[in-house]
Write a protein that binds this ligand. Sequence first.
Ligand SMILES: C[S@@+](CC[C@H](N)C(=O)[O-])C[C@H]1O[C@@H](n2cnc3c(N)ncnc32)[C@H](O)[C@@H]1O
Length: 265
Amino acid sequence: MGRADDDGRHDTEGVDQTELGVAWLRAQESDSGCPLFTDPYAQMFLDAAEARGWQLPPTHVMDRIRSIADYAASRTKWFDEFFIAAGAYGIEQMVILAAGLDSRAWRLPWVEETVVYEIDRPDVLAFKAETLRANDVQPGARYVQVAVDLQQDWPKALRDAGFDDTEPLALAAEGLLSDLPAEGRDLLFERVQELSVSGSRVAVESFGAGRREQRSDVPRWLTEHGWEVTTTTAADLMDRYGRCGPDQPDLTTPRTEFIDARLVC
Ligand SMILES: C[S@@+](CC[C@H](N)C(=O)[O-])C[C@H]1O[C@@H](n2cnc3c(N)ncnc32)[C@H](O)[C@@H]1O
Protein backbone atom coordinates (compact mmCIF):
# COMPACT_ATOMS: atom_id res chain seq x y z
CA MET A 1 0.00 0.00 0.00
CA GLY A 2 1.37 3.42 -0.89
CA ARG A 3 1.15 6.65 1.00
CA ALA A 4 -0.70 9.87 0.31
CA ASP A 5 1.45 12.97 0.13
CA ASP A 6 -0.57 15.08 2.56
CA ASP A 7 -2.55 14.59 5.74
CA GLY A 8 -5.73 16.44 4.75
CA ARG A 9 -9.25 15.02 4.84
CA HIS A 10 -9.22 14.35 1.11
CA ASP A 11 -12.08 12.28 -0.15
CA THR A 12 -11.91 8.74 -1.47
CA GLU A 13 -15.35 8.41 -2.99
CA GLY A 14 -16.88 10.22 -0.01
CA VAL A 15 -14.94 8.46 2.74
CA ASP A 16 -12.07 10.39 4.21
CA GLN A 17 -8.87 9.80 6.09
CA THR A 18 -10.52 9.89 9.54
CA GLU A 19 -12.88 6.97 8.98
CA LEU A 20 -10.19 5.00 7.18
CA GLY A 21 -7.65 5.70 9.92
CA VAL A 22 -10.04 4.27 12.53
CA ALA A 23 -10.74 1.27 10.27
CA TRP A 24 -6.98 0.76 9.86
CA LEU A 25 -6.59 0.65 13.64
CA ARG A 26 -9.39 -1.91 13.92
CA ALA A 27 -7.78 -4.05 11.22
CA GLN A 28 -4.43 -3.90 13.05
CA GLU A 29 -6.02 -4.82 16.37
CA SER A 30 -7.83 -7.75 14.75
CA ASP A 31 -4.51 -9.08 13.43
CA SER A 32 -2.66 -8.61 16.73
CA GLY A 33 -1.67 -11.45 19.05
CA CYS A 34 -4.25 -10.79 21.74
CA PRO A 35 -7.01 -8.63 20.24
CA LEU A 36 -9.78 -7.06 22.30
CA PHE A 37 -12.16 -7.69 19.37
CA THR A 38 -12.09 -9.04 15.84
CA ASP A 39 -13.29 -6.86 13.01
CA PRO A 40 -12.78 -8.64 9.68
CA TYR A 41 -14.74 -5.92 7.89
CA ALA A 42 -12.19 -3.20 8.60
CA GLN A 43 -9.76 -4.71 6.09
CA MET A 44 -12.57 -4.97 3.51
CA PHE A 45 -13.12 -1.21 3.79
CA LEU A 46 -9.41 -0.50 3.47
CA ASP A 47 -9.13 -2.75 0.41
CA ALA A 48 -12.16 -1.11 -1.20
CA ALA A 49 -10.75 2.36 -0.52
CA GLU A 50 -7.36 1.36 -1.87
CA ALA A 51 -8.99 0.04 -5.03
CA ARG A 52 -10.46 3.53 -5.46
CA GLY A 53 -7.11 5.23 -5.06
CA TRP A 54 -6.79 5.71 -1.30
CA GLN A 55 -3.28 5.53 0.10
CA LEU A 56 -1.96 5.31 3.64
CA PRO A 57 -1.22 8.81 4.96
CA PRO A 58 2.42 9.90 5.29
CA THR A 59 4.64 8.53 8.04
CA HIS A 60 4.15 11.35 10.56
CA VAL A 61 0.38 10.93 10.31
CA MET A 62 0.63 7.14 10.60
CA ASP A 63 2.76 7.62 13.73
CA ARG A 64 0.00 9.75 15.22
CA ILE A 65 -2.64 7.17 14.34
CA ARG A 66 -0.54 4.32 15.76
CA SER A 67 0.02 6.26 19.00
CA ILE A 68 -3.67 5.91 19.89
CA ALA A 69 -3.97 2.23 18.94
CA ASP A 70 -4.50 0.99 22.51
CA TYR A 71 -6.93 3.80 23.21
CA ALA A 72 -8.92 3.07 20.06
CA ALA A 73 -9.03 -0.67 20.79
CA SER A 74 -10.28 -0.04 24.33
CA ARG A 75 -12.90 2.38 23.03
CA THR A 76 -14.20 -0.13 20.47
CA LYS A 77 -14.38 -2.83 23.13
CA TRP A 78 -16.27 -0.56 25.52
CA PHE A 79 -18.92 0.37 22.93
CA ASP A 80 -19.21 -3.31 21.91
CA GLU A 81 -19.93 -4.22 25.52
CA PHE A 82 -22.44 -1.38 25.82
CA PHE A 83 -24.51 -2.75 22.92
CA ILE A 84 -24.26 -6.37 24.05
CA ALA A 85 -25.47 -5.34 27.52
CA ALA A 86 -28.29 -3.26 25.99
CA GLY A 87 -29.53 -6.35 24.17
CA ALA A 88 -29.39 -8.31 27.43
CA TYR A 89 -31.50 -5.57 29.09
CA GLY A 90 -34.16 -6.17 26.44
CA ILE A 91 -33.53 -3.14 24.23
CA GLU A 92 -34.19 -3.88 20.56
CA GLN A 93 -33.50 -0.52 18.92
CA MET A 94 -29.83 0.37 18.57
CA VAL A 95 -28.81 3.74 17.14
CA ILE A 96 -25.22 4.44 16.10
CA LEU A 97 -24.59 8.13 15.48
CA ALA A 98 -21.82 9.00 13.01
CA ALA A 99 -21.32 5.29 12.39
CA GLY A 100 -18.50 5.74 9.88
CA LEU A 101 -17.03 2.33 9.06
CA ASP A 102 -18.24 0.80 12.32
CA SER A 103 -19.18 -2.85 11.64
CA ARG A 104 -21.07 -3.71 14.82
CA ALA A 105 -24.23 -4.52 12.87
CA TRP A 106 -22.26 -7.36 11.23
CA ARG A 107 -19.96 -8.57 13.95
CA LEU A 108 -21.81 -8.40 17.30
CA PRO A 109 -24.00 -11.26 18.54
CA TRP A 110 -27.34 -9.46 18.37
CA VAL A 111 -30.46 -10.70 20.09
CA GLU A 112 -33.27 -11.66 17.68
CA GLU A 113 -35.57 -8.74 16.73
CA THR A 114 -32.74 -6.22 17.11
CA VAL A 115 -32.73 -3.31 14.66
CA VAL A 116 -29.50 -1.36 14.16
CA TYR A 117 -29.94 2.16 12.80
CA GLU A 118 -26.78 3.78 11.52
CA ILE A 119 -26.68 7.52 10.97
CA ASP A 120 -23.96 9.17 8.92
CA ARG A 121 -23.52 11.21 5.78
CA PRO A 122 -24.93 9.67 2.59
CA ASP A 123 -21.57 9.21 0.87
CA VAL A 124 -20.03 7.37 3.85
CA LEU A 125 -23.01 5.02 4.16
CA ALA A 126 -23.07 4.41 0.40
CA PHE A 127 -19.38 3.40 0.38
CA LYS A 128 -20.03 1.09 3.31
CA ALA A 129 -23.09 -0.55 1.79
CA GLU A 130 -21.37 -1.07 -1.57
CA THR A 131 -18.31 -2.62 0.04
CA LEU A 132 -20.26 -5.05 2.20
CA ARG A 133 -22.56 -5.95 -0.68
CA ALA A 134 -19.54 -6.64 -2.91
CA ASN A 135 -18.17 -8.96 -0.23
CA ASP A 136 -21.56 -10.66 0.14
CA VAL A 137 -21.75 -10.29 3.92
CA GLN A 138 -24.99 -10.04 5.86
CA PRO A 139 -25.67 -8.13 9.09
CA GLY A 140 -26.56 -10.08 12.22
CA ALA A 141 -29.54 -7.81 12.95
CA ARG A 142 -32.04 -5.88 10.87
CA TYR A 143 -29.91 -3.07 9.55
CA VAL A 144 -31.23 0.36 8.56
CA GLN A 145 -29.13 3.16 7.13
CA VAL A 146 -30.26 6.69 7.93
CA ALA A 147 -28.32 8.94 5.60
CA VAL A 148 -28.59 12.40 7.10
CA ASP A 149 -26.32 15.12 8.42
CA LEU A 150 -26.56 15.28 12.22
CA GLN A 151 -26.95 19.03 11.98
CA GLN A 152 -30.23 18.45 10.14
CA ASP A 153 -33.45 17.06 11.64
CA TRP A 154 -32.09 13.54 12.15
CA PRO A 155 -34.78 12.46 14.69
CA LYS A 156 -37.36 12.91 11.90
CA ALA A 157 -35.18 10.91 9.49
CA LEU A 158 -34.81 8.21 12.12
CA ARG A 159 -38.56 8.00 12.75
CA ASP A 160 -39.22 8.02 9.00
CA ALA A 161 -36.85 5.03 8.76
CA GLY A 162 -39.00 3.06 11.24
CA PHE A 163 -37.62 4.02 14.65
CA ASP A 164 -40.33 3.77 17.34
CA ASP A 165 -39.94 6.52 19.95
CA THR A 166 -42.35 4.78 22.33
CA GLU A 167 -39.80 1.98 22.83
CA PRO A 168 -36.38 2.28 24.52
CA LEU A 169 -33.22 2.79 22.53
CA ALA A 170 -29.52 2.20 23.02
CA LEU A 171 -27.57 4.97 21.33
CA ALA A 172 -23.86 5.48 20.84
CA ALA A 173 -21.87 8.63 20.06
CA GLU A 174 -18.31 7.41 19.42
CA GLY A 175 -15.72 9.67 17.86
CA LEU A 176 -18.36 12.30 17.19
CA LEU A 177 -18.57 15.11 19.73
CA SER A 178 -15.29 16.70 18.71
CA ASP A 179 -16.64 17.03 15.14
CA LEU A 180 -19.63 19.08 16.25
CA PRO A 181 -19.73 22.78 17.11
CA ALA A 182 -20.61 23.49 20.79
CA GLU A 183 -24.21 24.45 20.06
CA GLY A 184 -24.48 21.33 17.91
CA ARG A 185 -23.53 19.18 20.90
CA ASP A 186 -26.27 20.68 23.09
CA LEU A 187 -28.81 20.21 20.33
CA LEU A 188 -27.64 16.63 19.85
CA PHE A 189 -28.44 15.75 23.46
CA GLU A 190 -31.77 17.57 23.36
CA ARG A 191 -32.68 15.41 20.36
CA VAL A 192 -31.49 12.23 22.05
CA GLN A 193 -33.70 13.17 25.02
CA GLU A 194 -36.66 13.72 22.69
CA LEU A 195 -36.24 10.19 21.28
CA SER A 196 -35.72 8.43 24.61
CA VAL A 197 -38.24 6.76 26.89
CA SER A 198 -37.53 5.36 30.34
CA GLY A 199 -35.04 2.49 30.23
CA SER A 200 -33.16 3.92 27.24
CA ARG A 201 -29.38 3.88 27.39
CA VAL A 202 -26.72 6.06 25.84
CA ALA A 203 -22.97 5.63 25.50
CA VAL A 204 -20.87 8.69 24.79
CA GLU A 205 -17.17 9.31 24.24
CA SER A 206 -16.76 12.82 25.58
CA PHE A 207 -14.03 15.23 26.44
CA GLY A 208 -13.55 16.01 30.08
CA ALA A 209 -15.48 19.00 31.39
CA GLY A 210 -13.43 22.16 31.27
CA ARG A 211 -11.95 21.69 27.83
CA ARG A 212 -12.37 24.96 26.00
CA GLU A 213 -14.37 23.51 23.10
CA GLN A 214 -16.56 21.41 25.38
CA ARG A 215 -19.31 23.85 26.28
CA SER A 216 -21.62 21.44 28.00
CA ASP A 217 -20.61 19.04 30.73
CA VAL A 218 -22.21 15.89 29.34
CA PRO A 219 -22.56 13.91 32.61
CA ARG A 220 -24.12 16.92 34.32
CA TRP A 221 -26.46 17.58 31.42
CA LEU A 222 -27.64 13.97 31.41
CA THR A 223 -28.04 13.85 35.20
CA GLU A 224 -30.12 17.04 35.15
CA HIS A 225 -32.37 15.47 32.50
CA GLY A 226 -33.18 12.29 34.40
CA TRP A 227 -30.34 9.97 33.37
CA GLU A 228 -28.40 7.79 35.80
CA VAL A 229 -24.80 8.28 34.73
CA THR A 230 -21.58 6.30 35.08
CA THR A 231 -18.34 7.91 33.91
CA THR A 232 -15.04 6.15 33.23
CA THR A 233 -11.84 7.93 32.26
CA ALA A 234 -9.88 6.76 29.24
CA ALA A 235 -6.96 5.77 31.49
CA ASP A 236 -9.22 3.64 33.70
CA LEU A 237 -10.80 2.04 30.66
CA MET A 238 -7.42 1.13 29.19
CA ASP A 239 -6.35 -0.21 32.55
CA ARG A 240 -9.49 -2.38 32.66
CA TYR A 241 -8.59 -3.91 29.29
CA GLY A 242 -4.93 -4.35 30.15
CA ARG A 243 -3.76 -1.66 27.73
CA CYS A 244 -2.28 0.86 30.15
CA GLY A 245 -2.00 0.95 33.92
CA PRO A 246 -2.54 4.07 36.04
CA ASP A 247 1.11 3.69 37.06
CA GLN A 248 2.14 3.85 33.39
CA PRO A 249 0.98 7.31 32.34
CA ASP A 250 0.64 7.49 28.60
CA LEU A 251 0.87 11.04 27.29
CA THR A 252 -0.75 10.03 24.01
CA THR A 253 -3.96 8.92 25.74
CA PRO A 254 -6.74 11.35 24.80
CA ARG A 255 -8.27 13.15 27.80
CA THR A 256 -11.67 11.67 27.22
CA GLU A 257 -14.28 10.04 29.37
CA PHE A 258 -16.74 7.30 28.58
CA ILE A 259 -20.26 7.97 29.73
CA ASP A 260 -22.84 5.24 30.12
CA ALA A 261 -26.28 6.51 31.06
CA ARG A 262 -29.76 5.10 31.62
CA LEU A 263 -32.93 7.16 31.56
CA VAL A 264 -34.72 6.46 34.82
CA CYS A 265 -37.75 8.72 34.73
C1 LIG B 1 -13.97 9.57 13.29
S1 LIG B 1 -15.39 8.98 12.45
C2 LIG B 1 -15.99 7.93 13.73
C3 LIG B 1 -16.75 6.86 13.10
C4 LIG B 1 -17.15 5.73 14.02
N1 LIG B 1 -17.98 6.18 15.13
C5 LIG B 1 -15.96 4.99 14.48
O1 LIG B 1 -15.58 5.13 15.64
O2 LIG B 1 -15.37 4.29 13.66
C6 LIG B 1 -16.47 10.27 12.46
C7 LIG B 1 -17.73 9.99 11.62
O3 LIG B 1 -18.64 11.01 11.96
C8 LIG B 1 -19.34 11.36 10.80
N2 LIG B 1 -19.86 12.69 11.01
C9 LIG B 1 -19.19 13.77 11.49
N3 LIG B 1 -20.00 14.83 11.54
C10 LIG B 1 -21.21 14.41 11.08
C11 LIG B 1 -22.44 15.05 10.87
N4 LIG B 1 -22.61 16.34 11.12
N5 LIG B 1 -23.47 14.32 10.39
C12 LIG B 1 -23.32 13.01 10.11
N6 LIG B 1 -22.16 12.34 10.29
C13 LIG B 1 -21.12 13.04 10.75
C14 LIG B 1 -18.32 11.30 9.70
O4 LIG B 1 -18.93 11.21 8.42
C15 LIG B 1 -17.56 10.06 10.11
O5 LIG B 1 -18.07 8.91 9.49
